[in-house]
Design a protein around this ligand. Structure first.
Ligand code: ATP
Length: 226
C-alpha cells in the first residue's frame, strides 16, 4: 500500500495539474463544470483532458477515438485552463492510467498531479491495472456525483474505504505535496451521463443544454449515436 509522500517545501512546487481521463463518448457538461470548480478550488495551473484510446474497464466506445478527441477539443476550446492531452491516443493499446501518470510525472516533475475522478469511478478503482501505484505519481481528487454514496464510506467497498482512510488529505496537502493524497470534493451536481445522452440521440430526442452546442453540431454532422 502506498504511503502519503513526504511533504516537499511549498516554495519549490509549481501549481497542481489536473489529470482527467475518460471515454468522452460524448463529452458533456457533467465532465466540464465539476472540473472547472476543482481547477479553481485547488488553484490549478491547468486540467488536462485525456481521451482514452481503449478504455480497459468498460465496453468499446461507440465513437472512434478521433471523433471523441474532436468532441473534447471543441468542448474545451473556450476555457484556457483546459488542455487536450492526446498521449493515450498516441500510445495506443489499452489506456492504463498508471502508465499515463508515469509519463505525466516525467513531463511535469515539479507540479503536484491530481487525478480527477467522479465518485462512481473511485468506487471501482481497485479493479484498475496496478491501482495501488497510482498514488506514487499523483493525488486522487474525488468529486461528488449524484447518487454515488459521496462521503458515506460505510457504504463503500471495504478496500476502498480503507484506502481512503489511510491516504486522505486536504487542500493544503494537495498543494504542498507532489502526490499521495486522496481528497473528496463537493461540486455542483449535474445528473448527466454519456449513456443517457447516447440513448436520447438513439431515440431522436434533443440533447440541447446537456452539452456544448459545438459538440452537438459535430454529432449531428457525423450522425453519431443514432
Ligand atoms: P458513460 O455514461 O458512457 O459511462 P460517463 O458520462 O460516466 O460515461 P466517462 O467518460 O465514463 O463519462 O467518465 C469520465 C469521468 O467523468 C469519470 O471519472 C466519471 O466519474 C466522471 N463523470 C461523468 N459524468 C459526470 C457527472 N455528471 N458528474 C460528475 N462526474 C462525472
Amino acid at each position: 500500500m502506498t504511503q502519503v509522500s513526504d511533504p516537499s517545501p511549498l516554495s519549490q512546487l509549481l501549481k497542481p495539474i489536473g489529470v482527467y481521463g475518460g471515454t468522452f463518448d460524448p463529452i458533456h457538461y457533467g465532465h466540464l463544470r465539476p472540473n472547472l470548480e476543482l481547477c479553481e478550488y485547488f488553484d490549478m495551473q491547468e486540467v488536462r483532458f485525456i481521451p482514452a484510446f481503449i478504455p480497459p474497464h468498460r465496453d468499446a466506445p461507440c465513437s472512434s477515438a478521433q471523433l471523441r478527441r474532436e468532441m473534447v477539443a471543441l468542448a474545451i476550446a473556450s476555457e484556457p485552463r483546459f488542455i487536450l492531452d492526446e498521449r493515450e491516443l498516441r500510445r495506443g493499446g489499452s489506456s492504463y492510467m498508471v502508465d499515463t501518470l508515469k509519463s505525466l510525472r516525467a513531463d511535469f516533475p515539479d507540479n503536484p498531479l491530481c487525478l480527477l475522478l467522479g465518485m462512481d469511478a473511485f468506487l471501482g478503482i481497485n479493479s484498475w491495472y496496478h491501482w495501488q501505484e497510482l498514488l506514487d505519481y499523483a493525488h486522487i481528487i474525488v468529486s461528488q456525483r449524484p447518487d454515488s454514496g459521496f462521503e458515506q464510506p460505510q457504504h463503500w467497498p471495504q478496500e476502498i474505504a480503507d484506502f481512503y482512510q489511510h491516504n486522505k488529505g486536504d487542500k493544503e496537502q494537495v498543494q504542498s505535496r507532489l502526490q499521495g493524497v486522496v481528497s473528496l470534493q463537493p461540486v455542483t451536481q449535474l445528473a448527466i451521463s454519456a449513456t443517457d445522452i447516447r440513448n436520447r440521440l438513439k431515440n431522436h430526442q434533443s440533447v440541447r443544454y446537456l452539452m456544448p452546442d459545438n459538440v452537438i453540431n459535430l454529432i449531428e454532422y457525423h450522425h453519431l449515436y443514432t
